[in-house]
Design a protein around this ligand. Sequence first.
Ligand code: NAP
Ligand code: ZN
Ligand code: ZN
Length: 351
Amino acid sequence: MTTTPTKAYAAQSPTSPLGPHAIARREPTPTDVEIDILFCGVCHSDLHVARDEWGGTAYPVVPGHEILGRVTRVGAKVTRFKAGDLAAVGCMVDSCRTCDHCSRGLQQFCLGGATFTYNSPDAHLGGMTFGGYSERVVADEAFTLRVPANLDPARAAPLLCAGITTWSPLRKWGAGPGKKVGIVGLGGLGHMGVRFARAMGAHVVLFTTSAGKVEDGKRLGAHEVVVSSDADAMARHASSLDLVVDTVSADHPVDAYLALLRLDGTMVMVGVPPNPQQVRAFSLIMPRRNLAGSLIGGIPETQEMLDFCGTHGIACDVELIRMDQVNEAYERMLRNDVKYRFVIDMASLKG
Ligand code: NAP
Ligand code: ZN
Ligand code: ZN
């Protein structure tokens, strides 16, 4: 099969830093879109997977699922994209497309298993899929997103994961006027959670461990910001929130955030700490609270989110880095030193 040699950055083991690695991209099939990658966001999941913190990483792994670029070639049956268009690929590149969940536009929960953008079996070339820390990507049109022309491409790239992962639970659990919504953690996901919850009309409270992020939290749209080590401030919000979206990537006291929920309120875990987190039954039974989870979002809601961002001029706060700065970016992410998403300028890999 004809393939295109493609420069990428990969981790070769859980403990090795990422470095240059050559991969192959398939020749576009009739329904494929080939994209020259301009920008790729750095998600905390990239770090978890590169270091095998969740188990199941196959090496070499090329992370990256916040991909935005320009279409270079399209297959003969592609109707929605042409060469020169801006296009994006998020966390998935395929699914069975026929199961109950796929039929409902929830491809991330495909009963046959979605094909994720990296570290998933690659049905075309064999081996595993490779992500956006690379020069180009080839994806089926059905998993390729349109990017509103008014958005800055570098600032739009992280919408493909950080954006949709917070958008989806806020929409599903009804964030909007009259609702008090908490966002826990002001990182890549959290800063978009704050922006979206505010744009949806909710009363937004940010909970952060970082006293230095209070002003940014307000600038991003939080009506109130609580530093979680302040027990009095936490107590003032007890049993008052309708919805809490927890984006924390490490061990943290889940009970302390459940305590914020009112009767029938829901806390949605989107952060994936590598270790199991403890929950006291009392935190749920009194007063009748819900604990839920959410995984990215389906393709239709991802497009809906991108279009909403275009209409309302919403994008991410980013710090552009070169490809060879990604290892340093991972270390800074672990120190909560990111405002609020690193985005790789892929020109630095091609040069
Ligand atoms: P990030 O940018 O590193 O943000 C995580 C935030 O969590 C930090 O900024 C920090 O916020 C807070 N935090 C970190 N360590 C903490 C600790 N020990 N205790 C309390 N708070 C802590 O990461 P991200 O890219 O937003 O991703 C967040 C998590 O979501 C990761 O686990 C990632 O794998 C997961 N994720 C899940 C999905 C999904 O579909 N469910 C999708 C994407 C990512 P403060 O400084 O404000 O406290
Ligand atoms: Zn992600
Ligand atoms: Zn399916």
